[in-house]
Design a protein around this ligand. Structure first.
Ligand SMILES: NC(=O)c1ccc[n+]([C@@H]2O[C@H](COP(=O)([O-])OP(=O)(O)OC[C@H]3O[C@@H](n4cnc5c(N)ncnc54)[C@H](OP(=O)(O)O)[C@@H]3O)[C@@H](O)[C@H]2O)c1
Length: 366
């Protein structure tokens, strides 16, 4: 990126070494599953998907575990209305709430109050079962990208990649990706795939958590693997709309997370106002749009997967793909957030440790 050239995001980007072309902003369909997000208004959710597709973000990332099938069903309904051939469809395998095998993942609760234990399970037969079920819920004959949602320590990576390779050879999936894998696990996945390209990793990355800058982003840049950035708005915190007073609905897990402590919300908003607002004003954009544009223009990022629950949010997010930040604006945001300190108690790779190390690596003592 040259000093004065725009770090613009409008053009489609190739996903790794595949023939998939993705817009810089894709729709993330986690929140519209409702679970952990305090429920979902299905009409709004479908409207959000359609607004995203109509405004150029015609690519969606979902997973069976989002709402235990509900997210994929809502996506399927939107695809039926919009035309699935115009949309890139990405889903996942490897988190089962309906099969007791595998390693513990997390405790979950369905929208009906049913308690479940989610297992990390990448066994070949489980992957096949999941893909068949996803094809049915999505109403498509092929899923463009299927990603292993999280590493299953009870199944060799080679077994999972082998199962996905077979499904790819059968034409049921177009490309293979992983998610939440460490750098060495990503390398192992690519090695076991041989000549078949590992399309992408889907990894947490946002202005408050730059962990991927250390190993995963350098790796994917050097190996031509796509990088799908998840939670670019830090689940809403980086929109400037999560004020200290905001109450979350019952069942919305954000309420109990350290990054959402009222004092942290206040500090994030202060940082956004100081470092992002002037840039937003210059571009006639919202804070969320500038944050999305910053993320999508970050070196190595193929696309930002952005969640939305209303058509208005989805349109705003899709429009962010056309916002071209200059290199100077990009750097100003980098530096502004590098100096943000949040209260401790956040997850270990959140904020303090990463922020300090990342800042020293990139800027020395500046
Ligand atoms: N692979 C994984 O393990 C993994 C994990 C997490 C996410 N993901 C993927 O990444 C996607 C995005 O992550 P995410 O949904 O966790 O978080 P996110 O995109 O950072 O935040 C989404 C939330 O931000 C708020 N928001 C979005 N646009 C807004 C706007 N324009 N104005 C105001 N508020 C706005 C909404 O929250 P409100 O409800 O408060 O309005 C929305 O639900 C997911 O949907 C999923 O596809 C993957």
């Amino acid at each position: 990126m040259s000093e004065s050239s725009p770090a613009g995001t409008a053009g489609f980007r190739r996903l790794g070494r595949t023939d998939i072309e993705l817009p810089p902003v894709c729709f993330g369909a986690y929140a519209i599953g409702g679970t952990k997000w305090g429920g979902v208004d299905e009409a709004d959710a479908k409207g959000a998907l359609l607004a995203s597709f109509e405004n150029g973000a015609a690519a969606v990332d979902t997973a069976p575990v989002y709402g235990f099938g509900l997210s994929e069903r809502i996506v399927g309904s939107a695809l039926e209305e919009f035309g699935s051939s115009h949309v890139t469809v990405m889903s996942k395998v490897g988190l089962r709430w309906d099969d007791p095998r595998g390693a513990f993942g997390f405790h979950g609760e369905g929208l009906d109050g049913r308690k479940v234990t989610v297992k990390r399970n990448s066994r070949p037969d489980s992957i096949r079962t999941e893909v068949e079920a996803s094809l049915g819920r999505l109403g498509v004959e092929r899923i463009d990208l299927v990603q292993v949602h999280a590493l299953d320590p009870t199944t060799p990576i080679a077994d999972a990649m082998g199962a996905l390779s077979e499904l790819r050879a059968e034409g049921k999936i177009g490309a293979i990706g992983v998610s939440n894998y460490a750098a060495n696990e990503i390398e192992e996945a690519q090695a076991t795939l041989g000549a078949v390209p590992l399309a992408s990793t889907q990894t947490l990355f946002h202005l408050l958590d730059r962990g991927a800058d250390f190993e995963v982003l350098p790796l994917v840049r050097s190996k031509e693997i796509g990088f799908l950035c998840y939670s670019p708005l830090a689940q809403g915190l980086l929109t400037g709309k999560v004020t200290p007073e905001r109450q979350f609905a019952k069942g919305d897990s954000r309420a109990g997370r350290p990054p959402f402590l009222p004092e942290n919300r206040r500090r994030v908003i202060e940082c956004l106002e100081q470092h992002v607002r002037p840039i937003a004003i210059r571009h006639g954009a919202s804070l969320a749009q500038v944050v999305i544009a910053w993320t999508a223009a970050h070196d190595g990022v193929t696309s930002a997967l952005v969640g939305a629950r209303t058509p208005m949010q989805a349109k705003e997010n899709a429009d962010a793909a056309r916002l071209g930040l200059t290199a100077e604006e990009h750097l100003a945001i980098d530096l502004g957030f590098a100096n943000l300190t949040l209260l401790p108690g956040s997850p270990p790779n959140f904020f303090e440790r990463i922020r300090g190390r990342w800042h020293r690596l990139r800027y020395g003592d500046r």
